[in-house]
Write a protein that binds this ligand. Sequence first.
Ligand SMILES: Cc1cc2nc3c(=O)[nH]c(=O)nc-3n(C[C@H](O)[C@H](O)[C@H](O)COP(=O)(O)OP(=O)(O)OC[C@H]3O[C@@H](n4cnc5c(N)ncnc54)[C@H](O)[C@@H]3O)c2cc1C
Length: 422
Amino acid sequence: MPRPGVQGLGLPRHVVQTETPTRAAGLARLASFVPHGAAYARERNRVVPPHDRVSRLSPYLRHRLILEREAVAAVLDAHPRDVVDKFISEVLWRTYWKGWLEHRPHVWDAYLDQLRHDRDGLAGRTSVRYAEAITGRSGIACFDAWARELIETGYLHNHARMWFASIWIFTLRLPWTLGAAFFLRHLLDGDPASNTLSWRWVAGLHTRGKHYLAQAENIARYTDGRFDPKGELDEQALPLTEPPLDLKPRALSASVDLPTDLQSGLLLTPEDLAPEVSHLSKLGFRGVAGGWDETVGEALDLAPPVGDFSRVAIGDALSRAEAHFAVPTHALDEGDWLAAAEAWACGLAVRQVVTLETPVGRWRERIDQLDARLAKHGIALVRSRRTWDSSLWPGATRGFFPFREHARRQGHLDGLTRIDDA
Ligand SMILES: Cc1cc2nc3c(=O)[nH]c(=O)nc-3n(C[C@H](O)[C@H](O)[C@H](O)COP(=O)(O)OP(=O)(O)OC[C@H]3O[C@@H](n4cnc5c(N)ncnc54)[C@H](O)[C@@H]3O)c2cc1C
């Protein structure tokens, strides 16, 4: 079956213009960022396009086209630890948010419920303000420029994300859930954990009572004067509150031991697209499959470039898997992904389908559904967790700083664990 390729086949122009969704492009981006790693701590907060003071690695890390440990190892190979400490910390924020949500999957469900409620409740002036905000017509120049940048490029600088979310919530007084959904719709790195929890953090819901208020002076300083929204922002607003939500951590699902003596198929999802650099790399599989799922795109209302990024990235991962595992690969029909995955597994006549773990989010729901379907055929679905996640997620029960200390004890800050997954 034809697969979307990087050149030509099914690759829309907007994806070519912003990012190339391949592991090779992610590694090249990492290599070109490494020399700038030393200046990152000093320069990273400046928001000046084309944003070459930050790595812009997030779409690649988000889909695990490249790995967190590869990013950490690359900067440690080139610089002393203390010089790149800030960059490593930022990479760890990604893992922290993921681990935090794994301990509290209901926070994602609560977000989806509240989003439905807020969407249904949109009316009157709020509805007009919302329509203006998502089309870059709010009248606040910086906010409108960032809305357009996001739609056009699928990316926003971290500082701009913070300011944008803060203005959305505290100046425009729009529901935070709709802002988070607007980000997820357009970000090439859109991620249930980093996105939902960052919006909650800005709103003052993550650390109760502590919110992030965008200040005009700060925006003027870090945009080199490109914007100066003096007098336009509510710089005094109070944090949001919400009905009680249980934020106590629950036990993580157990990491499963992988039976290696069974006939197996390997299933790829856009949550982890580097199987050849994982603990699965030395296993034998009868076949490898993967494919985009239209219903996931619809459920999250993803903009076309976001689905296209995943589609092409999956095609790239299948090509690499074919070369590495030397077995046939199969592109699953995106119109009925579930039935296609079921048919593929049955056709391969395997006893188990192995997939690199899908964290909290829509893909996890699909994997749960596939699990139930395969069970009827006596085929087990094995979710295999990477060492990076199994060693770090348990530390994400409280705040970031205890988590970072946990990571230090595990050797991740020194790159001691850099070859753990291979
Ligand atoms: C409201 C809001 C929403 C966000 N939504 C997302 C999202 O959906 N997906 C996403 O990947 N990040 C999200 N972030 C975090 C952060 O803004 C992006 O990861 C970062 O801007 C990506 O750009 P970069 O690759 O150039 O980052 P760099 O500064 O070069 O950092 C390197 C890597 O570290 C990780 N990282 C850096 N900062 C953070 C952070 N604050 N939280 C989590 N990981 C971080 C990313 O993987 C990033 O690629 C959000 C932040 C805010 C404030």
